[in-house]
Design a binder for this molecule. Structure first.
Ligand code: AHG
Ligand code: MN
Ligand code: MN
Length: 335
């Protein structure tokens, strides 16, 4: 018999989560269940995204979120799906979401966990069939169980994350996550309705040849960023920018590269959100051997002061992030 035909189908996400849990004899299984809840919501959102052109779910919803951005219908749908799954699951006491003004209390006051989520990342790409994603962070509450989560529970620095991940709805749908012991990627098989381990122990290359930045806003970049971009061109790096952070990040994680969303004279704090985007990807990239900073400080050590706080992001292969920071430091030294 051909050996290849005898290969096992592969490890499902559920089995993988279960095995990991067995490594911790005192684990209660709540974090495992939470991850399963997220995976379930991801399957549902994936189904809606795949049929987006056929159902009436593309286009603008007609309202803005708290950050003044036009919500797309799928932003709102994904937000509802994830919140519903987390509420039904019971492990989460409080959710903070890019699409919600305030923290959402699930009513599960015994829940140990807080989830921060960007339900749909890359909204501008929804209607044009380009990769989009979901990003999430998981924190353990610091307040006593038995009541709602507090603002202090929600505003924890990234170093306190106990888990983080993203789902990329791309040429295939993948879920990539870490619980602080490496990064693993799972590919969704829609015919079986299961995620299978396809990218075990993801390690990002120390350096790469891809830089991802919205160069259309070059005129507003700080001098150090302009010089780093010039350095990338001088070294014939490839420019790749989808405009979906998850998509750009995922590609660079696997191939090696740097993603930059700097502060600009138009958006002095950058565009990306510390709690919903930067912290989760910073945790993942560090677990894969990469680096994430705001240009000078480690993202995960930033102490948040508000839910929807923005921050500049330099993330990817460690040697590339170091190089970009050198240019920023030189700029500071000149001024
Ligand atoms: P979101 O759709 O969650 O609001 O995030 C959009 C973000 C991010 O995905 C992307 O990298 C960035 O916005 C693109 O911004 P520009 O169009 O300014 O480059
Ligand atoms: Mn986003
Ligand atoms: Mn979003």
């Amino acid at each position: 018999m051909n050996d290849k035909l005898g290969l096992p189908v592969g490890t499902t996400l559920d089995r993988f989560i279960m095995r990991k849990q067995e490594d911790f004899p005192f684990a209660t299984g709540e974090l495992s269940q939470l991850l399963r809840d997220i995976a379930l919501a991801a399957k549902i959102v994936n189904r809606e995204i795949n049929r987006a052109g056929l159902l009436d779910v593309t286009g603008a919803y007609g309202q803005q979120n708290v950050q003044g951005e036009d919500q797309q219908k799928l932003d709102v749908i994904a937000n509802i799906r994830f919140i519903r799954a987390l509420r039904n699951g019971g492990e989460v006491c409080t959710i903070i979401s890019e699409e919600e003004d305030d923290a959402i209390q699930t009513g599960n006051t015994r829940g140990k966990y807080i989830v921060a989520i960007d339900p749909l990342d890359g909204s501008s790409n929804i209607d044009v069939n380009v990769s989009i994603g979901t990003i999430f962070s998981i924190y353990r509450r610091t307040s006593e169980q038995g009541c709602d989560g507090t603002m202090a529970d929600c505003l924890q620095p990234g170093v306190n994350q106990v888990g983080a991940g993203y789902i990329i709805y791309g040429s295939s749908t993948m879920l990539v996550y870490t619980t602080g012991n490496g990064v693993n990627g799972f590919t969704y098989d829609p015919t079986l309705g299961e995620f299978f381990l396809s990218h075990p122990n993801i390690c990002t290359p120390k350096t790469g040849k891809i830089y991802s930045i919205n160069e259309g806003t070059y005129n507003f970049f700080p001098e150090g960023v302009k010089q780093y971009v010039q350095y990338c061109k001088d070294n014939e790096y490839s420019a790749r920018y989808i405009g979906s952070l998850v998509g750009d990040f995922h590609r660079n994680l696997l191939k090696g590269g740097i993603y930059i969303y700097p502060s600009t004279s138009k958006v002095p704090k950058g565009k990306l959100r510390l709690m919903y985007e930067c912290n989760a990807l910073a945790f993942i990239v560090e677990q894969a051997g990469g680096k994430a900073t705001n240009g000078s400080e480690r993202i995960m050590e930033l102490v948040p002061t508000e839910l929807h706080q923005r921050c500049p992001l330099f993330i990817g292969s460690p040697e590339m992030v170091d190089k970009a920071e050198e240019f920023l430091k030189a700029e500071v030294a000149v001024n």
